[in-house]
Design a binder for this molecule. Structure first.
Ligand code: C2O
Ligand code: CU
Length: 545
């Protein structure tokens, strides 16, 4: 195993990823940031210099379990104090499994300012599929308003929703139609700016490609497509999938997939790469890129109109694709057949003292300023509420199909304390929002673990009937999973990684509005915390410069 050393400088720069000029966060001048490339078992060291001048920072390594290094998970308020402007912080962790992972900022809503990128971990053993060339594409959605304006609106009375994104980016490139906003001068919005020329993936005809597709959208669920080409799904969140073929890949924020694509179409032309919003009534135009068959000119537009996306409100194909993702038959890790604890998490939207929130079992998460990991390990009292939130909701009374007042909803920072080395089931239960006949899609991401995806269902999860239908034979392991509108998703995991771990909706504004919980397991087994993660709030006395 090797050591991979990276030195990153994070700062704000003016960029026009979709022709509209705004401040974006860059790493060494780039957004998306540099790809971390390593091999299974390597140690990755990233020295991060915060040059944002007036803004804190933390970087999360999404999908890396941080076994033995829970303090380098990069989750501000949970595992570390923020990196202050002008300071340098060094992350060090082992990438213990091959596959496709992500990194992104994890302080406030700053992920959507552009600080994100890929981690590619090569395997030591051969993989269950073959390909000639390996390429990566990160999908994103893009807002023109700064995260500050968005945060101010979300925390205002009356509530101001962030709205739909202005454009969709394919590997950092999109296109906003500047003429739609005639008040914008060409200094601000200029469609002739080469920065916002479409993303081009050049391919050689007659080859087999592995495409790693990842989503780090702030809000949108996406449908990704390459015109005229089928995709065979072979990897999901770092786990091998029993291969299946799709035309559209539905992908939710925080997920990664590898698909195999053969470049065996008519080679005298180019093809469209498209991403489209699903699950919300789309007003954002499609993200368009070019699948460029060499030696055609990379900028030559395909002679066809881009393929039309699936209906935004049709849940069935999305549910079907979720259900189709199973562990590869040669790589099945069977889950324990029973669990020691079942936690049902009801996802609701509600008003708390006039403010709009998202809540889980009627508690909206507010993160404390003393990171949980430090408070628990160093026995700091008064840092957060030691009473845990509930393990379920009023199952008999609660109507998930109608708008509910949720009058008992509160804000809090209590956490779930899980017994070490036990099996825990989590049921994510979706419900109606505050608008009639409306339920959203929420991609939930668990830090520090992979979980088995035991099942998805419609309506209210019910312990008697639904547990019988769990897939205990070949469930896929993932770290991010959608809960579909008016449905439920059941997960199982082992509490075998000492630390404190966030579990939250990966929609940036939803997490900001409280849609998350925190798990602690095996805190006594956590090794000595590095002093570099301390210095804020109650942890000041523990910080030795
Ligand atoms: Cu990718 Cu806590 O997030
Ligand atoms: Cu959500």
């Amino acid at each position: 195993a090797r050591i991979r050393h990276y030195k990153w400088n994070v700062k704000y720069e003016f960029r026009s990823p979709d022709c509209f000029k705004k401040l974006v966060m860059t790493i060494n001048g780039k957004t998306p940031g540099p790809t971390i490339q390593a091999q299974e078992g390597d140690t990755v060291i990233v020295q991060v210099n915060n040059s944002l001048v007036t803004e804190n920072l933390a970087i999360h390594w999404h999908g890396i379990r941080q076994i033995g290094t829970p303090w380098f998970d990069g989750t501000e308020g949970v595992t570390q104090c923020p990196i202050l402007p002008g300071e340098t912080f060094t992350y060090q962790f082992v990438v213990d499994r091959p596959g496709t992972y992500l990194y992104h900022a994890h302080y406030g809503m700053q992920r959507e300012s552009g600080l994100y990128g890929l981690i590619r971990v090569a395997p030591l053993e051969p993989e269950p599929f073959a390909y000639d060339l390996d390429r990566s594409i990160i999908l994103n959605d893009w807002y023109h308003k700064s995260t500050y304006e968005q945060v101010a609106g979300l925390s205002a009375i009356p509530f101001q929703w962030v709205g739909e994104p202005q454009s969709l980016l394919i590997h950092g490139k999109g296109r906003f139609n500047c003429s739609e906003s005639p008040s914008l001068s060409t200094a601000v919005c200029d469609t002739s700016n080469p920065e916002c020329s479409p993303f081009v993936q050049t391919v050689i005809p007659g080859k087999t490609y592995r495409l790693r597709i990842a989503s780090l959208t702030a809000l949108s669920a996406l449908s990704f497509q390459i015109e005229g080409h089928n995709m065979t799904v072979v990897e999901a969140d770092g786990h091998y999938v029993e291969p299946f073929v799709v035309k559209n890949l539905f992908i939710y924020s925080g997920e990664t997939y590898s698909v195999i694509v053969k470049t065996d179409e008519e080679p005298s032309r180019n093809y469209w790469i498209t991403s489209n919003v699903v699950s919300r009534n789309r007003t954002t135009p499609a993200g368009l890129g070019i699948f460029n068959y060499y030696p055609n000119h990379p900028k030559r537009s395909p002679p066809t109109v881009p393929p039309s996306p699936p209906a935004w409100d049709d849940v069935e194909p999305r549910l079907a694709q979720s259900l189709a993702i199973k562990a590869h038959q040669k790589y099945i890790h069977k889950p324990p057949t029973t669990s020691d604890r079942v936690i049902v998490l009801l996802n609701t939207q509600n008003n708390i003292s006039g403010y709009r929130h998202w809540s889980v079992n009627n508690v909206s998460l507010t993160q404390p300023h003393t990171p949980y990991l430090i408070a628990l390990k160093e026995n700091i009292t008064g840092a957060f509420d030691r009473i845990s939130p509930p393990d379920g909701y009023d199952f008999t009374e609660y109507d998930i199909f109608n708008v509910s007042g949720n009058a008992n909803a509160t804000s809090g920072n209590g956490i779930y304390r899980l017994k070490f080395n036990t099996t825990v089931d989590i049921i994510l239960q979706n419900a109606n929002t505050m608008n009639v006949n409306n339920s959203e899609t929420h991609p939930w991401h668990l830090h520090g673990h992979d979980f088995w995806v035991l099942g998805y269902g419609k309506g209210k999860w019910d312990v008697k009937n639904d547990t019988k239908k769990y897939n205990l034979e070949n469930p896929i392991m993932k770290n991010t999973v959608p809960v579909h509108p008016f449905g439920w998703t059941a997960l199982r995991f082992r509490t075998d990684n000492p630390g404190v771990w966030a579990f939250h909706c990966h929609i940036e504004s939803h997490f900001y509005m409280g849609m998350g919980v925190v798990f602690e397991e095996g805190i006594q087994r956590v090794g000595n915390l590095p002093s570099s993660i301390m210095g804020c709030s109650h942890t000041k006395p523990f910080h030795t410069p």
